[in-house]
Design a protein around this ligand. Sequence first.
Ligand SMILES: [Zn+2]
Length: 281
Amino acid sequence: MKKLLLILLIAFAPALAQGQSGIAPVTGGDAPPPPRMDSSINAPAAANIQAAADFLESMGETETARTIRTRLANGDISVGSVDDGNAETGITGHTTIDRTWISTSRNWDPNNNGQWSNIVSLSRILFHEMIHTRQSSWRHYSSHSSQTLGGENSMEMEAWHATFVEMQDWVDRLKRDVKNASNGAQREKAREHLKFVLGMYRDTIRDYRANGYEENTDYLEDLRNLLDRQYREVEAQLNSTTTSQVQRGTYGSQGGRDQTRFGVFHDSVNVSLGENACPNH
Ligand SMILES: [Zn+2]
């Protein structure tokens, strides 16, 4: 028996060796091409989308962060021009981010408060768009048809509502950061972050109400007012901290947005997202 095995081994040895070399790269056109990012995504754009995914992960959104990274690597996210200057996810699931929401010239630094706010704005947009990637093409079609006929847009309602819940979670987490800060500088930084997210959340509600996706949004006005009050409280707390160890100048005015493209609302980005805040459709 052992002899037979030995004979077999000797007989097949060349074939086995050949088999090994047969594992070498497949030539010809059958192999699927490796995943590739969209050609509109340069190094800073990729880094800024990664920074947004990192932020979402830090907020407990591990699955959304993973989806963003995978879709970015597979070329399913691009930077371009979107009709109303926001972002969109088409029926095929491809997401386009308007240039106004992402820098393609420099990597945003999350340790700079102004650039942190840019990362968080982009995170909100990507979070919303990733909800759309999970909705069926039928849902896209029926929702837009419904709105065209003067009805509600259920896919947008779902995406906006989910984003509200998500931003509420960011607010809660940042409030805890303020409370648990171990020194004044850390507390002030957490307050700056909290103020930005409260303002962004408040203005997103305003924009949602203006979009008409949902028939009656009066119930949201109390929430918007509450967020506005909280925003002003945090602002007053920041203003009263005159012996700050944090360099105030790094917030907003040194923000990461490209001056030429973002000049319109560059100065207001850390206070309110302004009329350009509506990120979605
Ligand atoms: Zn949308």
